[in-house]
Design a protein around this ligand. Structure first.
Ligand SMILES: Cc1cc2nc3c(=O)[nH]c(=O)nc-3n(C[C@H](O)[C@H](O)[C@H](O)COP(=O)(O)OP(=O)(O)OC[C@H]3O[C@@H](n4cnc5c(N)ncnc54)[C@H](O)[C@@H]3O)c2cc1C
Length: 395
């Protein structure tokens, strides 16, 4: 069984074991649900997370953010998400749910602990953290591969008098100064923030969106009917096990998602002016592909994130720091796993809807490679997701 929750809130230094079976890095939804499955399988583990409070990844997003998944799809195994199923809740409700999840399930989360380096020592893995080193037989890197805000290199040439914010640090329009705003990036973050700031500022939005879903997700027919179809396709059809999933996966990973809540006509109605890509800075102001230089007082970079896995000192990262894995299992590095990556198995893998299934499979694999406790019978367990039976029974 897992040890009782140890939520280090800064009042005392986190006490990590020096050696343990499994370390889960990341205490967001991916790490917590991995903890749930490890706990059920009886694997000794700890979860470490750099943030001060469980749910901070959600809590620190912009204030008006509402989830695009309705409450009925936001539950992790072991605790239902509160509230009416069709409701689209705000980001703080998701953060609070994750905090209750860790508390209710007594998951051993150590907060305020950042992993600085992950390397191998013999057949074990060495996790070097801000609270000391831990040797583990298994490590699950449980987080979305979007940890570090990314801006183009020319952003550094922006005139310092222009307020510059990434969507990761934007909270509300009060952070902007008087005058026009350029939103760089036309994905979901860009479109939502452009719509918000356009109420008070002349707003330009640069870039081309990758389409939009053909219905309003807030409409009754979408909430009660269409959303189930979208979820079914993302969870069961667009997976690495179907030909269409394998064909579309590289494109879905590389390109921005279609607009989900905001539609192009909403932007038009709000007066957002669409402009071409920003290609650099001229005299400190953004220069567009068509040669225009925009005189703006604020730039909001909605240009996405990079994985932020440079602390993994093992040959497991491919192009652009993307982990090389097979459904979260790293073939050349026994004991190393990933959960929470974009399209790890299915289009829903990064979302709260899909991450639990991936975590369950990874934990089954992890359990199978542990030495069986002396005298334990080889317990056959049903084969779900193509996984074979763990030797330690769940429950
Ligand atoms: C703007 C936005 C809106 C989204 N909306 C939805 C939605 O509506 N529905 C949905 O299902 N999904 C949504 N997602 C996708 C996804 O659900 C979220 O990104 C979610 O936060 C991913 O959870 P995670 O646990 O995989 O990773 P994260 O939430 O990123 O958590 C990772 C954790 O790991 C910790 N960490 C990172 N590096 C280290 C380290 N070196 N050492 C220790 N700890 C570390 C971080 O502190 C963090 O707490 C959205 C994503 C974004 C960006």
């Amino acid at each position: 069984m897992a040890q009782p929750a140890q939520h280090d809130n800064g009042s005392r230094p986190p006490v990590l074991p020096r050696r343990i079976d499994t370390v889960v890095i990341g205490g967001g939804q991916a790490g917590l649900v991995t903890g749930y499955h490890l706990s059920r399988a009886g694997v000794p583990f700890v979860i470490v997370d750099a943030s001060e409070r469980i749910g901070d990844a959600w809590r620190k997003r912009w204030d008006s953010l509402k989830l695009f998944t309705p409450a009925r799809f936001n539950s992790l195994p072991g605790l239902p998400f509160p509230g009416p199923g069709p409701a689209f809740v705000g980001k703080d409700a998701m953060a609070d749910y994750l905090e209750s999840y860790a508390a209710e399930l007594e998951l051993p989360v150590h907060l305020g602990v950042r992993v600085r380096r992950l390397s191998r020592v013999g057949s074990d893995l060495l996790v070097e953290t801000t609270a000391g080193d831990v040797v583990a037989g298994n490590v699950v890197v449980a987080m979305a591969n979007s940890q570090v805000p990314w801006v183009p290199s020319f952003a550094r040439n922006l005139d310092p008098a222009i307020r510059s914010l990434h969507s990761a640090t934007y909270r509300d329009p009060s952070q902007l100064q008087e005058g026009p705003v350029l939103v760089v990036g036309a994905g979901n973050s860009g479109a939502e923030l452009a719509l918000e700031v356009a109420a008070q500022h002349r707003t330009f939005m640069s870039g081309k969106e990758s389409g939009h879903i053909p219905f309003r997700i807030d409409s009754p027919v979408a909430r009660h009917f269409l959303i189930h179809i979208v979820r079914f396709v993302g969870h069961h059809v667009l997976t690495v096990r179907t030909p269409i999933g394998r064909r579309l996966r590289p494109k879905l990973i590389a390109s921005a998602a279609p607009l989900i809540r905001v539609r192009p006509k909403d932007l038009e109605a709000a007066g957002v002016e669409r402009v071409p890509r920003v290609i650099g800075m001229r005299f400190g102001s953004p220069e567009l592909e068509d040669g225009r230089v925009l005189d703006v007082a604020n730039v909001l970079w909605c240009t996405g994130y990079r994985p932020g896995f440079t602390w993994i000192d093992l040959p497991v990262l491919g192009e652009r720091e993307q982990p090389l894995h097979e459904r979260g299992i790293v073939p050349g590095e026994p004991g190393l796993y990933f959960v929470g990556l974009h399209f790890l198995y299915a289009q829903t893998s990064e979302t709260v809807t899909g991450v639990g299934r991936d975590a369950r499979r990874v934990v089954r694999h992890l359990v199978r490679r542990r030495p069986a406790p002396a005298g334990a019978p080889d317990v056959p367990v049903s084969r779900r997701d193509g996984a074979s039976a763990p030797r330690v029974p769940a429950g």
